[in-house]
Ligand binder design. Structure first.
Ligand SMILES: Nc1nc2c(ncn2[C@@H]2O[C@H](COP(=O)(O)OP(=O)(O)OP(=O)(O)O)[C@@H](O)[C@H]2O)c(=O)[nH]1
Ligand SMILES: [Mg+2]
Length: 324
């Protein structure tokens, strides 16, 4: 069976290289673990059954739930799959995988119509939020690089003033990406940094201001207070800017990422998710839960630690990469 999988992987890679070299390759490479886990288990089930019956659906349900797809979404998917199998009079278990993939695409597209960052028209401000260590600073570095390559003028504000090292790390990324940064000292008021960032963005005519924030989640009201102060400054000082509140989540944490998303959704008007570290995990199913179950648009995905390892999220490419 693995031979079969490997062969298909290769064929897909060749096809994709012709279509879009680079990005898709990286996506397919980064999602190897998720593909083996989710798609591999689905293949085993489907090759085990000779006909499509309730047991087959039960087994599929279990794979989806244990892949962090989310219970409600799994139920809905299995229902839709049953209907589809019945309506199209499908009898061969081997045909079920393609139908499942199709239904997952459907459910993800129906939940969210638009996975684009809210950065048009310029100027725009992106507030990057999320708990410690999920990859906020790295994502800001990669994102700055991507925007710069597209000819945008980017400015970064070092709103994580909790540690000196956080400011230095962001400075390093700003050098790497070749964009300007506004920073204060360790311990400064984050809202004051954002204030300065906004005024610098205006005077330097930046297209996009990207703001780092500290990810301390001691408790919900503390987080809410800190973020609200920043949001108020942005509303008051940069009314004209397009606004994106980007929640960064670490895909390797699976269910924890879902729980963090729920908390942040309660305290902030999250407009998008950047899901990092998809390269190191078999828990890529979390993408489906976040978008279809929580209604949060996945806008960016991290597939490595390098400056080029951040991609816009595309449902079709993502599911093709998982389900090959
Ligand atoms: N493999 C992989 N590693 C990543 C990715 N994104 C971030 N990382 C790594 O995750 C670690 C934490 O990243 P940071 O950007 O410092 O995370 P942060 O959210 O800013 O952390 P704090 O500032 O401590 O709250 C670093 O070692 C990054 O290299 C990714 O997409 N893939
Ligand atoms: Mg950081």
């Amino acid at each position: 069976m693995f031979k079969w999988l490997n062969k298909n992987d290769k064929e897909q890679e060749v096809q994709d290289e012709v279509k879009k070299p680079g990005l898709l390759d990286k996506l397919i490479g980064g999602l190897t673990k998720t593909r083996k886990e989710m798609s591999g288990r689905i293949d085993s089930i489907l090759s085990f059954y000779k006909k499509i019956d309730d047991d087959l659906f039960d087994d599929l349900e279990e794979v989806l739930v244990t892949s962090d797809v989310g219970v409600n979404t799994t139920m809905e998917l299995i229902d839709r799959l049953r209907d589809r199998v019945k309506a199209e009079k499908v009898t061969d278990p081997n045909e079920v995988k393609e139908l499942l993939k199709d239904e997952i695409k459907g459910i993800m597209k129906e939940s969210i119509e638009n996975n684009e960052l809210n950065i048009e028209p310029s100027p725009a401000v992106i507030l990057v939020v999320g708990v410690n260590g999920v990859g906020k600073t790295t994502t800001i570095g990669k994102l700055s690089h991507n925007f710069k390559q597209k000819g945008k003028k980017v400015l970064i504000a070092a709103g994580d003033t909790f540690r000196a090292a956080a400011i230095e790390q962001l400075q390093e990324w700003s050098n790497r990406a070749g964009v300007d940064i506004v920073a204060h000292r360790e311990g400064a008021d984050p809202a004051a940094v954002i204030y300065d960032g906004i005024h610098a963005a205006k005077s330097r005519k930046a297209d996009i201001l990207i703001c780092d924030t500290a990810g301390r989640l001691h408790n919900k009201s503390n987080l809410m207070n800190e973020l609200n102060k920043i949001f108020r400054v942005v509303e008051r000082e940069y009314e004209e800017a397009a606004k994106e509140v980007l929640l960064v989540l670490d895909a390797t944490t699976g269910q924890n990422a879902i729980n963090q998303a729920k908390v942040f959704k309660e305290v902030a008007n999250i407009t998008g998710v950047a899901l990092t570290k998809l390269d190191g995990t078999a828990k890529g199913g979390v993408v489906i839960a976040l978008q279809a179950e929580l209604g949060l648009p996945i806008k960016l995905i991290g597939v490595g630690e390098g400056i080029d390892d951040l991609q816009p999220f595309n449902v079709d490419d993502f599911l093709d990469a998982i389900f090959e």
